[in-house]
Design a protein around this ligand. Sequence first.
Ligand SMILES: Cc1ncc(COP(=O)(O)O)c(C=O)c1O
Length: 376
Amino acid sequence: MNKPIPYGKQNIDEDDIKAVLEVLKSDFLTTGPKIKEFEDELCRYLGVKYCVAVSNGTAALHLASLVLLNKEDKVITTPNSFLATSNAILYVGAKPVFVDICEDGNVDLDLCEEELKKDSSIKAIYAVHFSGNPINQEKLKHLRDSYGVKILEDCAHSLGANFEDIKAGSSANSDCSILSFHPVKHITTGEGGAITTNDEEIYEKLLELRTHGMVKNSSMKPWEYEMHSLGFNYRMTDFQAALGISQLKKLDIFVSKRKSLAKKYDEMFSGTFVKPLYGFKKNSSYHLYVLRVDFSKLNITKEQLFLKLREKNIALQLHYIPINKQPFYKNLGYGSEKTPIMDRYYEECFSLPMYPSLNVEEQEYVIKTLFEALNA
Ligand SMILES: Cc1ncc(COP(=O)(O)O)c(C=O)c1O
């Protein structure tokens, strides 16, 4: 195969390009009408009251953390995520508490409860719906109701997923959810993110923080504004929002393509020594397709596998290196938590190409090349 096969990529069509061009020819490149339109469309799709579009998912996590947390707050989170999830806890001077994962890659909510029982000073949980597989919402609700903790759902992987009739990102059992529109995600705005909430006070605060902490109202003089908090410029541009609106129209098609790819991968690996992270889940939106292999039983290491497939133009990825074991976190005293499931998962996991435009021929080439390398 001459064309490189990445692990994830965007899907842009002529309608998307037209939507962006229209804004580029208009009066507003930023702070115009497309932002509110995109936010309203996301609210409608997700069934949530409020949405604030921002410059990326990390900015979304930062603003949500400024609203939800205080300095020194302890916050339970997962080692199995992109760095941004727990970095945002550190940004505001709060303290991540890493809890082990379940075999499906999501944080173990029973262990979270044990932690809450042991330590009543824990203030919040940051839960990631890893790979697009939604966390159990009933358990999340139970923890929120029983222990009074704040909940943030990191839905960077899970737009288009649902737990029964609850859509990931609807914040039905949480204070906030965050989304990312990076090109490998379900829809893209180049860089981009959003925070959703059903709480008006949180919403107002997020709007303020997105633009420097500035407040304007009708009783002020035309030029006047007041700064009420130390905010940021985390605004999304209007042409990005226009791309988001256009992409959102195709989200359900993108997710169903991802599910078809997952089904095909599942079928091809069924009964072999290559294990999908979980059996087919119709509620997962399959941001990632993760495999587990016990490399100690094979003649090839994970590093050799990555290099071999790279030679064949296939880019594998790994989600994730345990965050608590990163040098920066180790310097803060993390890294020795008991996380046996995460540790074994990290040894075994890698992610295969997964994006809507991956065609049958390419997917079959990935599977064939993978087996050739693993069986060598
Ligand atoms: C789980 C998770 N949270 C947050 C982020 C941060 O999003 P962004 O890259 O848009 O800043 C990512 C990005 O990959 C992610 O995977």
